[in-house]
Design a protein around this ligand. Structure first.
Ligand code: GDP
Ligand code: MG
Length: 370
């Protein structure tokens, strides 16, 4: 039977997951965002939200939104996707750069200049890791509310000379809400004023018990400046990933999440997409949020053109008709007409929603004045 997860359904309708969960509850169905519901229930909810399900384009949307049930034997191991979070100035950017630079071989003069918002590194043990270079908490939250869970592991950066701060707590809460395992990177240990023990005891108050405190959250002392502990951190990440047994089916129509997107003067709309299922190839036709397109070129994190990108691989996608938003989901479809129709359908939905929201505000304002 056809099923769809609550998060996916919300994403396809451009509604908030919380609202869909609420609507389900009002219909006597208790479901969390990762739970799958059947097509009939989905249709009921779609109607509740005032979206029509009988139009021609709806059939197409259904085709796309219906999650393919992967046969377990088709699932292959995929690299973990890691997001670095933490308080401002605790060294997130420095750490990302330092990790990236551990990969720069001497041949690459000037290092890696291409910046696509995500990159992959290979550890000394040969493990491939994908880092998202979008440490903004807002981005993380917005992606989650759109149903795009892209992160497998959160690295929580805490500066050893500052300890736990408001955004550290925020990051802890994000990771816990998303049920994403955390690894604590105690940064700036090169500083004379560094006090890693204070970081560990501070974290206890937020129910984060690190291994040094006999807990099960891995903690690693690092310095983005000297490079101390970076290999250990990468090993800790690889170990955590192994426990998660991350798998995906590379052999199906690609699905991915937009990490960032912009209108490039020379190249037109460009989106950095993290592939989550299947393999995206040059020439593939896709719909992404309210936009659509045909893959003209794929560019990897090193700035090289590639023919295809599989699970956990971040790529720049060229060939879009417009600029999508971070958190939008990309789906490969069969025909360009279908892609166009779904994109237009979604754009109309969003327009209707905005109009309805506008009308409600006006009414509210009128009531206030009366
Ligand atoms: P972000 O706001 O979390 O991205 O932090 P940044 O990476 O921009 O770093 C904030 C400041 O801390 C910068 O001045 C960095 O040079 C400094 N910094 C980052 N990591 C280290 C470190 O390991 N040791 C020392 N001494 N300074 C660091
Ligand atoms: Mg930064």
């Amino acid at each position: 039977p056809e099923t769809i997860t609550v998060a996916e359904l919300a994403n396809r309708m451009a509604e908030r997951v919380a609202d869909v969960v609420k609507s389900l509850m009002q219909n006597g169905i208790m479901a969390t965002q990762n739970q799958a519901i059947d097509a009939d229930t989905a249709e009921l909810i779609i109607e509740e939200f005032g979206h029509r399900v009988t139009r021609v384009s709806d059939a197409d949307v259904e085709d796309v939104i219906t999650r393919v049930e992967d046969n377990p034997k088709d699932l292959l191991p995929r690299p973990p996707v890691i997001t670095i979070m933490g308080h401002v100035d605790h060294g997130k950017t420095s750490l990302l750069d330092a990790i990236r630079n551990t990969q720069v071989t001497q041949g690459e003069a000037g290092g890696i200049t291409q910046h696509i918002g995500a990159y992959q590194v290979t550890t000394k043990n040969g493990d491939l890791l994908t880092f998202l270079d979008t440490p903004g908490h807002a981005a993380f939250t917005s992606m989650r509310s759109r149903g795009a869970q892209v992160t497998d592991i959160v690295v929580l950066v805490v500066a050893a000379d500052d300890a736990v701060m408001p955004q550290t707590v925020e990051a802890i809460n994000h990771a816990k809400a998303a049920k994403v395992p955390m690894i604590v990177a105690i940064n700036k240990v090169d500083k004379p004023s560094a006090n890693p023990t204070k970081v560990r005891t501070d974290l206890l108050q937020h129910e984060v018990v690190v291994e040094e405190m006999s807990g099960d959250v891995q903690d690693v002392e690092v310095s983005a400046h000297t490079g101390q502990g970076l290999d250990t951190l990468l090993e800790a990440i690889a170990l955590q990933a192994e426990i998660l047994e991350l798998k995906s089916n590379p052999d199906r129509n690609a699905q991915g999440a937009v990490i960032e997107a912009q209108l490039d003067v020379g190249r037109g709309p460009v989106a950095t997409v993290l592939i989550q299922h299947g393999t995206l190839r040059q020439g593939d036709i896709f719909v992404v949020g309210e936009q659509f397109g045909k893959v003209r070129a794929l560019i990897n994190d090193k700035g090289d053109r590639v023919a295809e990108a599989g699970p956990s691989v971040p790529v720049e996608v060229l060939g879009l008709n417009g600029t999508p938003e971070a958190g939008d989901v990309l789906n490969v479809v069969e025909t360009e007409a279908q892609a166009r129709e779904i994109a237009e359908y979604r754009a109309n939905l969003a327009k209707e929603k905005r109009a309805a929201a506008g009308a409600a505000t006006t009414l509210e304002q009128l009531m206030k004045k009366a």
